[in-house]
Design a protein. Structure first.
Length: 299
């Protein structure tokens, strides 16, 4: 009898080991993952240009350090333009593209909080209260001293919690955090793009404004020169008539060019209002060009 017990024990132990091994392999297959590891890029230790490059103005080029994670703040204040500062403040508060990107970022943050709530137990309850009154004409309820009113209170609750054994909640939280970081980058990009576009349009308008002023002053100078020549016509009228005609034509041409530049300035001024979401009838964003061109066109 003892000769047959040893093979049976060995067979039973082997079956137990096989069941345990299969169970471990099955549980391992239920794990969510593995965690993503970005590949490592082998960057060169230095640029091909070993010697520092020298610019045309004599300065030496250096390696850029973008520092994208650093907050830029109100970078437009370095130009010391109060009107530009006011427009940028309106842009940050009223631009619809920035507002949309901000709401997307807030929604992404809400998704992160929702995913993290799965770490904690969930408690649900539906309390209720019922008050009823029985009829005094039914049965013996109309007897003296019987309370016909009844109150019923109900406070059921349910508690549930699922342990994050396989990492599903952790992976969901990581995914939502990455989405929130992407939304934050989109918000910063939309902000910087709108601010830079507004500053560019502002200085383009200022350049057109200065050019219109220069053309207006030129037209005024030519008009004064023409008036002076008209006063000294006298006996030499025939000899200087071509000069007067030339000066008059130059004055008219300069005035027309100035009015055209003024129209460009007015059009560019109108471009700044939609960027700042100023939908009112306020036309005093850039009044200098318009007023000078209107006065010049009446002369």
């Amino acid at each position: 009898m003892n000769l047959y017990t040893y093979p049976k024990t060995t067979t039973r132990n082997g079956a137990t080991i096989a069941v345990i091994t299969g169970t471990l392999l099955l549980l391992q297959g239920c794990v969510v993952g593995p965690k993503y590891v970005p590949p490592v890029v082998q960057a060169p230790p230095a640029f091909k240009e070993v010697a520092p490059q020298v610019a045309a103005d004599g300065t030496t080029w250096k390696t850029a350090t973008p520092q994208d994670s650093t907050l830029r703040g109100k970078w437009w204040e370095i130009y010391q333009e109060p009107e530009l500062n006011a427009l940028e403040d309106q842009l940050n508060n009223s631009n619809q593209n920035i507002a949309q990107s901000f709401q997307n970022f807030m929604a992404a943050r809400a998704q992160v909080r929702q995913a993290r709530s799965s770490y904690s137990p969930t408690v649900t309850t539906t309390p209720s209260y019922t008050r009823s009154r029985s009829s005094a004409n039914v049965g013996s309820q109309g007897a003296s001293g019987t309370n016909l009113n009844s109150n019923e209170f109900s406070l059921p609750f349910d508690v549930s919690w699922e342990p994050d054994v396989w990492g599903r909640v952790r992976r969901q939280v990581e995914s939502n955090v990455a989405g929130a970081q992407l939304s934050a980058a989109d918000l910063a990009n939309a902000k910087l793009s709108a601010q830079a576009t507004l500053a560019t349009d502002y200085f383009d308008l200022r350049a057109e404004d200065a050019l219109a002023q220069l053309l207006t002053d030129t037209a005024a100078a030519l008009r004064r020169c023409s008036d002076a020549k008209v006063r000294i016509i006298g006996a030499a009228l025939g000899s200087i008539m071509p000069t007067i005609i030339t000066a008059h034509m130059a004055k008219v041409s300069a005035k027309a060019t100035g009015v055209q530049r003024g129209d460009i300035g007015i059009a560019m001024s109108g471009m700044l209002r939609p960027r700042c979401s100023r939908y009112s009838q306020d036309r005093a964003v850039m009044p200098a060009t318009a007023s000078r061109m209107m006065s010049a066109s009446r002369r």
